[in-house]
Design a protein around this ligand. Structure first.
Ligand code: SIN
Length: 150
């Protein structure tokens, strides 16, 4: 099992009690992906929430009028969260995530995390407020990136 103390470094899990972090650690898994590999693809069913441990990930969206997809955000800070659609209905990724280099990722099942958060509403409120901030950042970045392509 991943050391629960690691989760105290994740901005998403700041001020969450050690007992809950232990439950989150128990549903988490680490993966290493090669440069160019997809973590997930736009439109795919979103079952997992992802965190960068090492490396970097580009979030890209496809536009019908352009042959190449457009990079709308970079995930390059360790412990940063991505793939918020794993927690938010309708659970379809709104962008593709590609590794820009060899990348270590921590993943957890979104449904399992929701069960833990529902049983602990105070922690659930903190985590979901931070997810809302992340979605808001993504919306702002995507808007800017897409406007530049016009
Ligand atoms: C998504 O989860 O829908 C896309 C990835 C992200 O913005 O983190």
């Amino acid at each position: 099992m991943i050391d629960p103390a690691l989760f105290t470094r994740f901005p998403l899990f700041q001020d969450i009690s050690p007992v809950i972090l232990e439950k989150i650690a128990a549903i988490s898994h680490e993966h290493v992906l090669a440069k160019g590999e997809a973590v997930f693809r736009e439109g795919q069913t979103a079952q997992k929430l992802h965190f960068l441990l090492k490396g970097s990930v580009a979030l890209k969206v496809s536009i019908m009028s352009k042959p190449d997809s457009v990079t709308v955000s970079f995930v390059a800070k360790a412990y940063e969260c991505f793939g918020w659609s794993g927690l938010v209905r309708p659970h379809h990724y709104t962008a593709s995530a590609y590794c820009d280099e060899e990348t270590s990722i921590l993943e957890m099942d979104g449904e399992e995390l929701v069960k833990i958060l529902s049983a602990n509403p105070e922690a659930g409120y903190k985590v979901m407020s931070r997810i809302a901030e992340l979605v808001s950042d993504r919306l702002r970045n995507s808007r800017q990136a897409l406007l530049k392509t016009l």
